[in-house]
Design a binder for this molecule. Sequence first.
Ligand SMILES: Cc1ncc(COP(=O)(O)O)c(C=O)c1O
Length: 210
Amino acid sequence: MEGDIAPLPEMIPVIKQYGARLMVDDAHATGVLGGGRGTAAHFGVTDDVDLIMSTFSKSFASLGGFIAGDADVISFIKHTGRSMIFSASIPPSNAAAALAALDVMRTEPERVQRVNDNAAYMRQELHRLGFDTGNSCTPVVPIIIGDDQLCFVVWRHLFDAGLFVNPVISPGVPVGRALLRTSYMATHTKEHMDRALTIYEQVGKEFGLI
Ligand SMILES: Cc1ncc(COP(=O)(O)O)c(C=O)c1O
């Protein structure tokens, strides 16, 4: 929710110490961090992670997902996973769309770079305007609001001004830490982002956020 990154290098020794296993939900990192390979690659600890799962519904622009791990664990999931039993599997068209997106990630790595560059620009500028963006260091950049009602009212004003973000309240975030989840894409141009910043500034001043 806040665009921060799980500190895997700090978690791994603790996991090893207690004989636990580590599964990384990389929904927001695949195609974004580690040159697109995700959080474990970002930290260079892929071999120390037991399971990596991700969704095709974000950077893959499709539906479905994957889980990668040891063959015996994957076999166990195939035979016991709730969604693998009495449910239809991913449609071929969605699998094809995800594969095509993977091809783009491999052949056009500059897009992975650009999404991170765009996010860095927005974080820097939102911060300069005086917004609280928490500990974000990814293309998910929160604007911390606090109060639920204020969060929805600000969301509506941004929407009416032409900006689409996501309002998030408890239980998505702790009580009293309602936020607007803003996110950025490789295809956002500087003009898009500057236009968005003008709207953020106007609405932010109107509601005393900055
Ligand atoms: C961290 C995280 N994991 C998993 C999911 C689930 O993805 P999907 O809706 O494609 O099943 C989401 C979706 O928002 C997510 O944010």
